[in-house]
Design a protein around this ligand. Structure first.
Ligand SMILES: Cc1cc2nc3c(=O)[nH]c(=O)nc-3n(C[C@H](O)[C@H](O)[C@H](O)COP(=O)(O)OP(=O)(O)OC[C@H]3O[C@@H](n4cnc5c(N)ncnc54)[C@H](O)[C@@H]3O)c2cc1C
Ligand SMILES: *[C@@H]1O[C@H](CO)[C@@H](O)[C@H](O)[C@H]1NC(C)=O
Ligand SMILES: *[C@@H]1O[C@H](CO)[C@@H](O)[C@H](O)[C@H]1NC(C)=O
Ligand SMILES: *[C@@H]1O[C@H](CO)[C@@H](O)[C@H](O)[C@H]1NC(C)=O
Length: 692
C-alpha cells in the first residue's frame, strides 16, 4: 500500500508539474528526434523546483486529493501564467538559480528559455515583465534564505543543492527514458519493414538451385509442425510455414526485448520521491514504454494489411504472409495497449484517484482505443472471416477508425501536441490513406465497364470484361448487385484476351463444349494437346468464377451488368530460370495457372483436377501448347505425380499449386519432403492462394 501510495504521489506530481503536462507548444517529430523535453535542463530544473511554491499571487484550489495530507506536495496551489510572469520573488529566485547552474549555457539560449517558459508552456501566454539579464541585475543583495519546497516564496531565495539535484535527476532521467522509448519504437517499425526487404534481396544472389531447394525444404516451405498450413487447425487458425515462423518469432522477440531493456532509475528524484520511489519510477517508465511501442506497432500493422503495400512491391513475400504478420502485430500491439492501460488503472485505483482521473477526456479516449483494439481481435478470427466476410470487413474498418481517433484524442487531451506521440498515428493514417487512394486511382484508370456473364455449369461462370487490361488478380465491384456498393472480391485474371467466339449471343461456345465433352468422357486422366480455336480478337479480361453464396451466386442471374475493375495486383514470380513449369490446379484454381503457363518459355505441364468436364472444356482454348492431364471425378495422386515429375528429369522445375487448401498443403509437404530426402532435386514451390 505504501508503495502504491508513493507511486500515486509521483504521478500526481508528474500530472500537476507544469513542465510535463498541461497545454504546451506543438512539437514536430518525436522526443529525441526533433523534440527535446527539457533543454536547457538547468533552467527547467530551477523552474521545476519552484513550481510547488506559494507565490503572493497564487491561489488555493479545492482540488480533492484524498491521498494527500494537507501540506504534502502542495497540490492545492494554483499559479496563473500572469502571476509567474510578474512575480518578482519568483522571477528573481528563478534567475538567481539559473545564474548559478547554467554557467555553461549561452546567454541567448537562456533568454530564449526565459521568454518562452517562465510563464508556463502554453502557446500564448504573457512574457515575463523583465528579461533574464534585467532580472539578475535587479537582485540587490545575494539571497541567503533557503527555499523550502511548498512553502511561501515571498522574496529572492536560494534553491538548495539537494532540491536542485532531485529535480535535475527526475527530468534528466525521464527524458532519457522517453528517448529510449522512441528509439526502440523506431527500431521496431524500421526492422519490421526492412527485414522482409533485406531477406527478399537474397533472391538476386545466384546460389546453386540445389542448395536453395535444400534450404527451402528445411527452413522455409514446410509448416512449423504437422502437415497443414492453408487448411486451418480446428477451424480456428493457420499454422505458419517455417519461413513465416522465423519472422513471427523475430517480431515477438523484438517486442519482448524492447519492452524489457533500457530502464534505469535514479535517486534522489523529486518526481518519484518517498522511500519506495524507485519502483514507482520504473513502473512508470515500463507503462509508458508499452504505450509508445503499441503506437509504433500500429503503422506497421496497417502497412502489412494493405493490398497497395510498398512491401508487396519490394519483396517476394505474398499478401497472405503479410496478412498473417498483420494479425500477429495486431495481437502484440493490443497486448501492449492493455498492459499500458491496466498498469495505469491499477495505480490510480489503489491510489484512490481513479474516480477523478476516469472523468478526464484523455482517460476515456484511451479506454475507447484499448477497448476497440481488444474487440477487434476476437471478431477477426478465422470462423468469423469465413462465415460473414463482408460484415467482418465493415466492422473491422469502423473499429479501426475508432482506434485511430481514440489514440489521437488520448494524446491531445493529455499532452496536446507537445511530445509528438501522435506522429505514430499520423503515420498509420498516411499509410492507410495511400492504400485507399491507390485503390481509387486503379479504379479510376479503368472506369465503368460492362461485365458479360456466361454460365458454364452449376458451379462455374465466366465473366468477360472488354477493353480492360490487367494481370495477376483484380478486385471486381458490381455496384448494382448489392446495396453495399463498396463490396469487392478478388479474382484471378484467366486471360487478357477474349476469343471472338466467346462473346455472348454466339452459340459456338456451347457446341464446342459438347464436342470436347464427348471425346474425353470416360478417361479420367488424359494427356492431350489443347485443340486449335479461333484466334482472339478482343482485348479484355476473362475470369472464371466458382459460385459461392454471396455476390458470386447473385452474378449467375445477370447477363450483362456494370463492373468496376481494380487492377492489376500481384505480378507473378519470375520463373524463367526454371526450364520446366509444373502446375497443379484444383477446380477454379486453374485461373491463376493459365497466364503463367502461357507466359512460360520452357516445358509446361498441367495437372488439373476438376469436378466437371465442362469447366475443363471451357478453359481448354486458353491452354494451347500445354501438356495437360485432367482428373474429373477422381483424386489425383499428388505424391505420385510429383515423384514422377521431379525425380526423372534433372532440370530445375518450378511447381505452381493453385487449388483448395488441402491440395496446396499436400503439394507443399510432398515437395519439402522430396527436397529434404534427395539432394539432387531442384525445385521451387509457388502457391497461389484463393483465400487469406
Ligand atoms: C488472390 C485471390 C484470387 C482469387 N481468384 C479467384 C478466381 O479466379 N475465381 C474464383 O472463383 N474465386 C477466386 N477467389 C476467391 C473469391 O474471391 C471468393 O470466392 C469470393 O470473394 C467469394 O465471394 P462471395 O460473395 O460469393 O462469398 P461468400 O459465399 O460470402 O463467401 C465464400 C468464401 O469467400 C471468402 N471471401 C468472401 N469475400 C472475400 C474477399 N473479398 N476476399 C477474400 N475472401 C473472400 C469468405 O471468407 C468465404 O470463406 C480468389 C481469391 C483470392 C484471395
Ligand atoms: C515571507 O513569509 C514568511 C512565512 O510565510 C514570513 O515569516 C516572512 O516574514 C515573509 N517575508 C517577507 C519578506 O514578506
Ligand atoms: C471496346 O472498345 C472498342 C473500341 O474502342 C469499342 O468499339 C467497343 O464498343 C468497346 N466495348 C465495350 C464493351 O465497351
Ligand atoms: C499415391 O502414390 C504413392 C506412390 O506412388 C502411393 O504410395 C500411395 O499409396 C498413393 N496414394 C493413393 C491415395 O493412392
Amino acid at each position: 500500500m505504501a508503495r502504491l501510495r508513493s507511486i500515486v504521489l509521483a504521478f500526481v506530481h508528474v500530472l500537476v508539474s507544469s513542465a510535463h503536462v498541461t497545454t504546451g507548444r506543438d512539437g514536430h517529430g518525436l522526443i529525441g528526434y526533433g523534440i527535446s523535453m527539457y533543454n536547457p535542463l538547468c533552467a527547467y530544473t530551477c523552474r521545476d523546483v519552484l513550481s510547488t511554491s506559494m507565490l503572493a499571487c497564487s491561489e488555493h484550489t479545492d482540488m480533492h486529493m484524498p491521498m494527500l495530507k494537507k501540506r504534502e506536495m502542495h497540490m492545492d496551489i494554483e499559479t496563473s501564467p500572469e502571476c509567474y510572469a510578474s512575480d518578482d520573488s519568483f522571477l528573481r529566485t528563478l534567475a538567481y538559480c539559473m545564474s548559478t547552474h547554467c554557467s555553461d549555457v549561452a546567454m541567448w539560449s537562456l533568454e530564449k528559455y526565459w521568454n518562452l517558459n517562465v510563464a508556463g508552456r502554453q502557446p500564448s501566454q504573457p512574457i515575463p515583465k523583465t528579461t533574464y539579464q534585467q532580472t539578475l541585475a535587479n537582485i540587490a543583495t545575494e539571497p541567503s534564505d533557503q527555499l523550502v519546497l511548498g512553502e511561501d516564496l515571498n522574496h529572492t531565495m536560494l534553491v538548495s543543492d539537494d532540491d536542485y539535484q532531485a529535480s535535475y535527476n527526475a527530468q534528466a532521467m525521464f527524458e532519457k527514458m522517453e528517448d529510449n522509448h522512441e528509439k526502440y519504437a523506431i527500431v521496431l517499425i524500421v526492422s519490421g519493414a526492412l527485414i522482409p526487404i533485406a531477406f527478399s534481396l537474397l533472391r538476386f544472389v545466384p546460389f546453386p538451385t540445389a542448395l536453395v531447394t535444400q534450404f527451402n525444404a528445411w527452413f522455409v516451405d514446410p509448416p512449423v509442425f504437422g502437415s497443414r498450413h492453408k487448411t486451418p487447425v480446428a477451424g480456428l487458425f493457420h499454422v505458419p510455414t517455417r519461413g513465416q515462423a522465423f519472422f513471427i518469432f523475430y517480431l515477438v522477440s523484438i517486442n519482448v526485448i524492447l519492452s524489457a531493456v533500457g530502464y534505469q532509475g535514479i535517486q534522489p528524484n523529486s518526481w518519484f520521491a518517498s522511500i519506495l520511489g524507485r519502483d514507482g519510477e520504473i513502473i512508470t517508465y515500463v507503462t509508458n514504454r508499452m504505450g509508445v511501442l503499441s503506437f509504433a506497432n500500429i503503422p506497421l500493422l496497417f502497412l502489412y494489411a494493405g493490398r497497395n503495400n510498398v512491401l508487396l512491391w519490394l519483396t517476394n513475400w505474398s499478401h497472405g504472409t503479410f496478412l498473417l504478420l498483420h494479425r500477429w502485430v495486431a495481437w502484440i500491439a493490443t497486448l501492449q495497449a492493455i498492459l499500458h492501460s491496466a498498469i495505469y488503472l491499477e495505480i490510480y485505483v489503489h491510489g484512490g484517484t481513479h474516480a477523478s482521473e476516469a472523468k478526464l477526456p484523455y482517460w476515456i479516449w484511451g479506454i475507447v482505443a484499448t477497448l476497440c483494439m481488444s474487440i477487434l481481435l476476437p471478431t477477426s478470427i478465422l470462423p468469423v472471416r469465413k462465415n460473414v466476410y463482408e460484415l467482418f470487413l465493415a466492422w473491422h474498418v469502423v473499429l479501426s477508425i475508432f482506434v485511430l481517433v481514440g489514440c489521437i484524442w488520448h494524446i491531445f487531451k493529455r499532452f496536446t501536441r507537445q511530445w509528438g506521440y501522435e506522429t505514430w498515428i499520423y503515420t498509420a493514417i498516411a499509410i492507410w490513406g495511400f492504400e485507399r487512394a491507390m485503390r481509387l486511382a486503379r479504379l479510376a484508370r479503368n472506369g465503368i465497364k460492362t461485365a458479360q456473364v456466361t454460365i458454364i455449369d452449376e458451379d462455374y461462370i465466366r465473366v468477360n470484361i472488354e477493353n480492360v487490361s490487367g494481370s495477376g488478380h483484380a478486385f471486381l465491384y458490381f455496384p448494382t448487385l448489392t446495396w453495399r456498393v463498396w463490396e469487392n472480391h478478388p479474382f484471378s485474371v484467366a486471360s487478357t484476351v477474349i476469343p471472338a467466339g466467346e462473346l455472348p449471343g454466339t452459340p459456338q461456345y456451347d457446341a464446342d463444349v459438347e464436342k470436347l465433352g464427348a471425346s474425353s468422357d470416360g478417361s479420367d486422366s488424359d494427356s492431350h494437346q489443347a485443340r486449335q480455336y479461333p484466334s482472339p480478337t478482343k482485348v479484355g479480361l476473362t475470369f472464371l468464377v466458382r459460385c459461392k453464396a454471396g455476390v458470386t451466386a447473385q452474378l449467375r442471374t445477370h447477363e450483362r451488368l456494370p463492373v468496376l475493375v481494380e487492377s492489376a495486383y500481384g505480378p507473378h514470380a519470375d520463373l524463367s530460370d526454371y526450364s520446366r513449369l509444373i502446375c497443379i490446379a484444383g477446380g477454379v484454381g486453374i485461373t491463376a495457372c493459365i497466364p503463367i503457363l502461357r507466359a512460360h518459355p520452357g516445358m509446361r505441364k498441367l495437372f488439373w483436377g476438376a469436378r466437371s468436364q465442362k469447366v475443363i472444356d471451357a478453359m481448354t482454348p486458353s491452354l494451347r501448347g500445354v501438356e495437360m492431364e485432367s482428373y474429373v471425378g477422381k483424386r489425383m495422386n499428388i505424391t505420385e505425380v510429383l515423384h514422377r515429375e521431379l525425380m526423372e528429369g534433372s532440370t530445375p522445375a518450378a511447381v505452381l499449386v493453385s487449388g483448395p487448401s488441402e491440395m496446396a498443403d499436400e503439394v507443399r509437404c510432398v515437395i519439402s519432403e522430396l527436397g529434404r530426402q534427395n539432394k539432387g532435386v531442384r525445385v521451387k514451390l509457388i502457391e497461389e492462394a484463393f483465400s487469406w
